[in-house]
Design a protein around this ligand. Structure first.
Ligand code: MLT
Length: 234
C-alpha cells in the first residue's frame, strides 16, 4: 500500500490543471496529486460538494485564489477529511461591492465573446508586472481560460461573487496550515495572507519574492519546494 498522502490541488479562476503542472510533476514521489475540477457549478457550496465527492476519504488540500475560496467551503462541510491545508494567493474575505461590480462588467464582456480580451486586460494584475511579456506564461493562462470557456468563466465568477466571509471560521481550522503569497500579488495582496495566518492557529506564512498572483506558475520551483516541506513535515 502506498504511504503517499493524497493531495487535492484546486486551481484559481479561470484556470485548470496546467496551473499546477510543476507541482503535480514534482511532488508525485511524496504525494498522490489530483487537480479538482471547479468548472461545473456556480456556488461555493456545490463546488465544494463536487470536489468532496471525487476526493479520497482524507487528503492534503491546496487551493490557489478561487481554489482557496473553495478550500474554506470544504473545511466548513467536511473538516475531518482535510489532513493539512495550503492557502495560496487567496483571501478569507468576501467581495467588496467594487469587486462585484468589476466581475459583473467582466461577465458582460465575456458574454459578448470577449474572454480573450478580458484575460489580456487583467494580465498585469494576474502576474507580476515584469512577466506580462513572457509568452510561455501568458499563452498558458490564455489557453487555460479558453479551455474553461465563457460558460465556465461565468459560473466561476457567479460562485466567487456570492462567496461567504470565511474569516469567522479561521480560528476553528485545526490542521497544519501553510499560507503562501507572492510579494507582488495585486489581486490578493500579502496583508490578506497576514490576516489568514494570524487567524489560523499555528499557521505558517511565507511570502515569495518577485512573484505575483499566480505563484504556482510564476515561481514553480519555490512553490513546489514549500509544498514538499508542508507535505512531509507540517
Ligand atoms: C483567481 O485567481 O481565482 C481569481 O483572480 C480570484 C478572484 O478574482 O477573486
Amino acid at each position: 500500500m502506498s504511504d503517499r498522502i493524497p493531495l487535492v490541488l484546486l486551481p484559481g479562476m479561470p484556470l485548470d490543471a496546467a496551473l499546477w503542472e510543476h507541482q503535480t510533476g514534482h511532488l508525485a514521489d511524496v504525494a498522490e496529486p489530483a487537480v479538482g475540477d471547479l468548472t461545473g457549478q456556480d456556488s461555493m457550496a456545490t463546488l465544494a460538494a463536487a470536489v468532496l465527492a471525487q476526493a479520497p476519504e482524507r487528503f492534503a488540500l491546496a487551493g490557489l485564489s478561487m481554489g482557496g475560496y473553495v478550500a474554506f467551503e470544504i473545511l466548513r462541510q467536511a473538516p475531518e477529511r482535510v489532513a493539512k491545508l495550503a492557502l495560496l494567493d487567496t483571501s478569507a474575505r468576501p467581495d467588496t461591492p467594487e469587486q462585484t461590480a468589476t466581475r459583473q462588467d467582466a461577465v458582460r464582456l465575456v458574454g459578448q465573446g470577449r474572454l480573450r480580451q478580458v484575460m489580456a486586460a487583467g494580465m498585469p494584475r494576474l502576474v507580476h508586472p515584469d512577466r506580462t511579456g513572457e509568452p510561455a506564461l501568458v499563452d498558458s493562462v490564455q489557453a487555460q481560460a479558453q479551455r474553461i470557456g465563457p460558460e465556465g468563466y461565468v459560473r466561476q465568477q457567479t460562485a466567487i461573487m456570492s462567496r461567504p466571509d470565511s474569516r469567522p471560521g479561521l480560528g476553528a481550522i485545526a490542521c497544519p496550515t501553510l499560507v503562501l503569497c507572492g510579494r507582488q500579488d495585486a489581486i490578493t495582496p500579502p496583508a490578506l495572507h497576514e490576516e489568514m495566518a494570524e487567524g489560523i492557529p499555528g499557521a505558517r506564512l511565507v511570502l515569495i519574492e518577485d512573484c505575483g498572483h499566480l505563484s504556482a506558475m510564476e515561481r514553480p520551483q519555490a512553490v513546489t519546494a514549500l509544498l514538499r516541506q508542508w507535505l512531509l513535515y507540517a
